[in-house]
Structure formats: C-alpha cells, structure tokens
Design a protein around this ligand. Structure first.
Ligand code: UT7
Length: 326
C-alpha cells in the first residue's frame, strides 16, 4: 500500500567545523579526509540537543506539508544519539512542538533509521488512514565522537531531517512505493557505541572509557556497506521491473563519497544521477538521507514525476532501500 510524504524539512546547527579545524585537534590533514571520504566540513551542535535539532526539522517539514503540529498523531524519532536513555527523544520533540497526546517513540536502526521509520510510518497509515505521522531523524553524533580518535572524529556531523507521512496524497505527495529493510547482527561488533548500555554498565563515579564513544572497523564496514547497498538496490529494481534509466536520482547513505560512488558504479548509474552532500555535512547517521531528501526537494533536484531510490547502511548491520515516486 502506498503512503505519501507530504512535506520534508531539515535542520543543521550553525557551527561548522572544517577539516582544517580538525588538523588542530588530531594528527590528520584536509587532504587525507577529502581523498578518503569526500568530507570537507560538518555542522556541530553547541548547546543544542537531539530533540532541538529534531523539532526544528519537524517544524520545517510541517510547514512544507501545509500542516501544523496540532495535526500530528504519531511521532517517530530515528536516532542512535538520543537526548537521554530515558525519556525517549520523540516525546521531547513532541513537547517542543507544543504537542500532547501523540504516540511518540524512538527507533534505533543507526544510519538506516530514516528509512526504517518511513516504513513504520507507512504501516501506521495503513492501520489508521487518518494518521499524520511525523518522522524525525535527528543526531548529535558529536556527543558520542571520541575527539582524540582521528579514525572516527573526522567522519561525523550533527543534523536532522524530517518528513510528514500520510495515507492520502497531499502537499508534495511523494509516493512511498516500496521498502526493503534488512539486518544482520553477526556484524554488530564492527560499529558500536557500547558504553552505558546493559552490556557495558558504568558504576557511579567510574570515568567513561573509549567504549562510551563510536568505535568502528572502517575497512570492514566499507566493504559490507558497498556490497549490501548494491545488492538490496538491485533486488528492489528487479522487483519492480525497473532499470537504472527509470531512476531520476539515486540517494545513498551519506557516509563516504567513495562508498556512494562505488555503489553508483556497480549499479551502472551515471554520475549525475548519484546524489551527494556528504562533503558539507559529513556522516549524520539516521539524519543523512532525510537531510538529502529535504535539500534535494528544496533545490529542485527531485523533480515531480521522477523515481528516486534511497538506500542506507549502518550499525547492526542494518540496511535497506526505499523506492519513491515524485
Ligand atoms: O555510517 C555507517 C557506515 N559507516 C561507513 O560507511 C564508514 C565506512 N568506512 C570508511 O568510510 C573508511 O573505511 C574510512 C574513511 C573510515 C577509512 O578509510 P580507509 O581508506 O578505509 O582507511 P584505513 O582505515 O584503511 O586507514 C588507512 C590509513 C591508516 O594508516 P596506516 O595503518 O595505513 O599507516 C590509518 O591509521 O590512514 C590512517 N588514518 C588517518 N590518517 C590521517 C585513519 N584516519 C586518519 C585520519 N587522518 N583522520
């Protein structure tokens, strides 16, 4: 059953950290970061928390949809860097929007959180055709980045992307045609934020260790990311009898320009159909494709009538693809 994205929005904190700024903090270089990742800068929150970023993106998405917060029946917050372990961040976003009453839950599928949430929203609108589901993917990854670890601190940024999903076509009326969402927990150890979870509790007064922060085996993640996103996209295209010529645009998780280009090449997509904004935002995890979608809608990259394929990959591992009809 098709559901529709009626409005999209994004928010990124004002403060920008460039590669040159990072040269002052760790032993790295602009040249290394650009060559290996494509990233030139990232936005970093200063005093703002995940729900602040999420609420700003949500306001933009509601305005884009021509709706108000009072119309919202469900809030899903996709994040792996919540404001707190408890309460969840979705309730705090709802509160900041002046809302009481909506079902409000967090969804953690790491970098796949936005597309997992779109599919959850689609299911909710199938159960309740009157539902107005606010999907907010928001991350303050800078709070869980080890700023002394050059292998990870250069990669991530903060930001939020939001979408309003309904059963009926209104506003932008972007059809969510299909979703394929997958995971494989065998790879769990390759990309983690362990510290503070039940498997790695902290005792009162104990200083946090390295495991409190993002830890990643980049090389291994890279290989499986390319393989998994390519594979799920091929199967999605096959399932709908589509070729790459039928796609207007291809949007992969914005983690690394080399990964994005490798997947595009394996799918035989021409470079001009492969979306990239990782250069300006870094890897914003769950928010990445949400920010991409909102940015591309605002600047006309995703013109009406075009099919757009989204694909993501993240910790877990979780990955998937969503086919959109503009
Ligand atoms: O969001 C979830 C999905 N995440 C991803 O998709 C990330 C996937 N992985 C990647 O994007 C890449 O693996 C990285 C960008 C993380 C790393 O690139 P790489 O080409 O795989 O580099 P590497 O880890 O193999 O490291 C190569 C060298 C190493 O030095 P040696 O051992 O060859 O002497 C690292 O110590 O680069 C060194 N290095 C750095 N040098 C300068 C690692 N980080 C840095 C740095 N600056 N920031």
């Amino acid at each position: 059953m098709t559901a529709y994205i009626c409005g999209v929005g994004l928010y990124t904190p004002e403060h920008i950290v460039t590669n040159h700024d990072l040269e002052e903090r760790v032993e790295t270089s602009d040249e290394w970061i650009v060559t290996r990742t494509g990233i030139r800068q990232r936005h970093i929150a200063q005093g703002e928390v995940t729900s602040d970023l999420g609420a700003q993106a949500a306001r933009a998405a509601l305005a884009d949809a021509g709706l108000t917060a009072a119309d919202v029946t469900h809030v899903i917050c996709a994040t792996c860097t919540p404001d707190s372990y408890c309460p969840n961040t979705a309730t705090q976003i709802a509160h900041k929007l002046g809302l009481t009453g909506p079902m409000a839950m967090d969804l953690n599928a790491a970098c796949s959180g936005y597309i997992y949430s779109l599919q959850t929203a689609r299911a909710l609108t199938a159960l309740d055709p009157e539902a107005v589901v606010l999907v907010v993917a928001a991350e303050v990854l800078s709070s869980r980045v080890n700023w002394t670890d050059r292998a990870t601190c250069v990669l991530f940024g903060d930001g939020a992307g939001a979408a309003v999903v309904r059963a009926q076509a209104s506003g932008r009326a972007i059809g969510i045609v299909d979703a394929m969402l997958e995971s494989d927990g065998r790879y769990g150890e390759l990309l983690t934020i362990l510290g503070g979870g039940s498997a790695r509790p902290y005792a009162p007064g104990e200083p946090v260790g390295d495991d409190f922060f993002i830890q990643m085996n980049g090389r291994e993640v890279f290989k499986v990311a390319v393989r998994s996103m390519t594979d799920v996209c091929r199967r999605m295209l096959e399932r709908h009898g589509l070729g790459v010529d039928d796609l207007g645009m291809f949007v992969a998780h914005q983690a690394n320009l080399r990964i994005i280009e490798a997947v595009g090449k394996k799918l035989d997509l021409p470079a001009e159909k492969v979306f990239a904004n990782v250069q300006r935002y870094g890897n914003t995890s769950a928010a990445s494709v949400g920010i991409a979608l909102a940015e591309g809608c605002a600047d006309g990259t995703f013109a009406p009538g075009r099919r757009v394929l989204l694909t993501t990959f993240g910790a877990g591992f979780t990955w998937g693809a969503v086919l959109l009809q503009f």
